[in-house]
Design a protein around this ligand. Structure first.
Ligand SMILES: [Zn+2]
Length: 226
């Protein structure tokens, strides 16, 4: 083989090797940023860290058009147990867990010297309009029927009816909201402080539709109805 052809062959072989083998890792500047976590995944991880007992649920409906939740979870305990599992957005589950740890338990220890072991709720996700309580047959029908969907229809609200203490005492919104006793004081403490966790807080002070529960939601409106 002539010397010139041999030299060309060697050069081509080296270039070919360079093309196949990436250069060794010499990095200038800052390292690449870590991948951004999917917000739903980050929320689920937070639930786990906050001792929330939950099951992810298949997304359903279309909250932009009507009833539905994009990232639903079924929550059975939010620190304290729930009386029954509630379907809600991951974001609401996270907010309820913070509310339980930062508002409910400190208030219970301050007023009763014991913790709340169970939160009794009357509903989370519910495909219905605001105020009239009419359950819609199908998602997405709000626009055609007029009126506004409740935040419950988007999994963004929870109705709390009672708090059950470790010794079994039930502190009921319906029975104990009014009055001068420690149970009323506890409920007032919780309602007042919940305005820092939720966007809308409706209590028996708000209207007759809320005589037996605290409506707490993280929807787009702001109203501290305490
Ligand atoms: Zn409600």
């Amino acid at each position: 083989m002539p010397l010139r052809r041999l030299a060309v062959l060697v050069v081509l072989t080296v270039l070919s090797a360079c093309a196949r083998t990436p250069p060794s890792a010499v990095v200038f500047g800052p390292p690449p940023a870590p991948a951004v976590l999917d917000p739903d995944s980050a929320c689920l991880q937070e639930l786990s860290m906050m001792r929330v007992a939950y099951q992810p649920v298949q997304a359903f409906g279309d909250p932009d058009q009507g009833c539905g939740i994009v990232n639903p979870v079924s929550v059975s305990a939010s620190g304290a147990a729930l009386n029954r599992p509630g379907i809600m957005t991951c974001n609401l589950a996270r907010t309820v867990a913070r509310f339980e740890g930062e508002v409910v338990q400190p208030a219970a220890r301050a007023r009763f010297g014991q913790a709340v072991k169970k939160i009794h709720h009357a509903g989370t996700y519910d495909c219905r309009m605001r105020r009239n309580g009419t359950t819609l047959a199908a998602a997405g029908s709000s626009a055609s029927r007029g009126g506004r969907l409740s935040e419950h229809a988007k999994g963004q609200a929870i109705d709390i009816v009672a708090f059950e203490l470790e010794d079994g005492t039930q502190v009921s919104v319906k029975k104990d909201w009014r009055g001068a006793g420690v149970r009323s004081a506890f409920l007032q403490d919780v309602a007042r402080a919940s305005c820092t966790s939720f966007n809308v807080v409706l209590t028996p002070n708000h209207d007759r539709l809320h005589q037996d529960h605290l409506h707490l939601d993280i929807g787009p409106h702001t109203l501290c109805g305490y």
